[in-house]
Design a protein around this ligand. Sequence first.
Ligand SMILES: *[C@@H]1O[C@H](CO)[C@@H](O)[C@H](O)[C@H]1NC(C)=O
Ligand SMILES: *[C@@H]1O[C@H](CO)[C@@H](O)[C@H](O)[C@H]1NC(C)=O
Ligand SMILES: *[C@@H]1O[C@H](CO)[C@@H](O)[C@H](O)[C@H]1NC(C)=O
Ligand SMILES: *[C@@H]1O[C@H](CO)[C@@H](O)[C@H](O)[C@H]1NC(C)=O
Length: 419
Amino acid sequence: MAFPESKLKMLKNITVIALVAFGSPCLGKISSAKPQMGWNTWNTFKSHINQSLIENTASTLVSTGLARAGYEYVVIDEGWQAYTRDANGRQQANSTTFPSGISGVAKYIHKLSLKVGIYSDAGIYDCGFFPGSYGYEELDAKTYASWGVDYLKYDNCGGFQANTLSAQERFTIMGNSLKNSGRDIFYSLCQWGNQFPWFWADQFSDSYRMSGDITSSFAADKSGVCKTAYCLNTGYAGVSVLTMIRKMREISGFQAPGSWADMDMLEIGTGTMTEFEEQTHFSFWAALKSPLIIGADITTISKSSLAILLNKDAIAISQDNAGVAASYLPDLSIEGSVQIWAGPLSTGNSKYVILALNEGQSGVNITIPLNGIFKPENLGARYKARDVWDRKNLGTIESDITLTNVSSHQTKLLVLSRE
Ligand SMILES: *[C@@H]1O[C@H](CO)[C@@H](O)[C@H](O)[C@H]1NC(C)=O
Ligand SMILES: *[C@@H]1O[C@H](CO)[C@@H](O)[C@H](O)[C@H]1NC(C)=O
Ligand SMILES: *[C@@H]1O[C@H](CO)[C@@H](O)[C@H](O)[C@H]1NC(C)=O
Ligand SMILES: *[C@@H]1O[C@H](CO)[C@@H](O)[C@H](O)[C@H]1NC(C)=O
């Protein structure tokens, strides 16, 4: 492939070797060989959540086929907690909204063969002024383990400005606490891309957010949101789908099994995007190896949104064994009108994913020369091409791929297999 050589990967390996030398307890972290899949309360319900909502949604994951398709984590975001710790200093669920506590909900979810996620924060308070885990990491990790929790989303609000510990240090403490908790708990960092976690989060987490919160919008950002990976946010939330994709140009090369850059929960089915826009959203989250965590109310989701979430070929791209994200190909792209991304799939030289996103007017034709994608030694071969969203085979391709009549905001998602 004509992708930039991954010097970054080498850097990461050196970091790991250094950790071995220091006897870090953070090694052997293997729970995220593939990007995690599931559902999370936040995008639709914010902190207005309760036990029946969680249990109904867990059942619906099963009845819609989403569970069978791989969506296994039911993540309870902010709002499950009481405003105070109990007499023993433990975090506790709100006993009105969660009458069976988190352990009761976990039992229900486990009976469905699904896994349960919970939310806390590396500050004194979380973003909604519920108790954060700062200073209580060991106790909170043991409490979650005793409840049967399988996944922790760990946020970065509240009160930490008063002390001098960096985000990296605070997140490491919880990582170590989870490892000592006696239970295998997936560790999902949510620090909005602060301090560029693609350089360090793989040392102790299974996934890490690379940006401020997503918003249910294809192209319009909230003011203050910055557009590239390395500019500093003035606003933490309100990132559109297109901006999230833009930020991944600098980050996709860091994707590797073990710790995934997280483009935030999916806004598919939250009601602001066309079918083509939702396909674009899913295409990029899958091919860039973001976790696939549904944010919609799946009990009322439309058929077309559900079909996107269930598309087997698209899910297979996400869960592909190679764990390599597609890269942006500037030479084949035209800023503001066409973006071409591509990357290898599991069988290396013989299977590829290609994305062609039309940001401009509807009805354009896009031609992709294979010599802009493959290394010379892989040219001259014949490839079978499959159009994932049209669910049809495009025949054999030897040099150029021509895509006709591509609509505005549509992404053509292709899988090429060497014949
Ligand atoms: C639970 O939360 C959902 C979503 O906010 C709400 O519609 C429902 O009325 C709540 N149920 C109870 C029993 O509070
Ligand atoms: C539990 O949640 C309800 C509804 O949000 C709220 O009114 C109440 O204050 C909460 N209880 C505790 C103990 O935090
Ligand atoms: C796109 O290709 C089709 C089929 O070859 C052709 O009829 C059409 O005129 C082309 N459209 C544009 C905008 O070039
Ligand atoms: C182009 O695509 C649009 C949207 O899918 C479709 O409605 C239209 O019929 C197509 N036009 C042609 C000439 O195929």
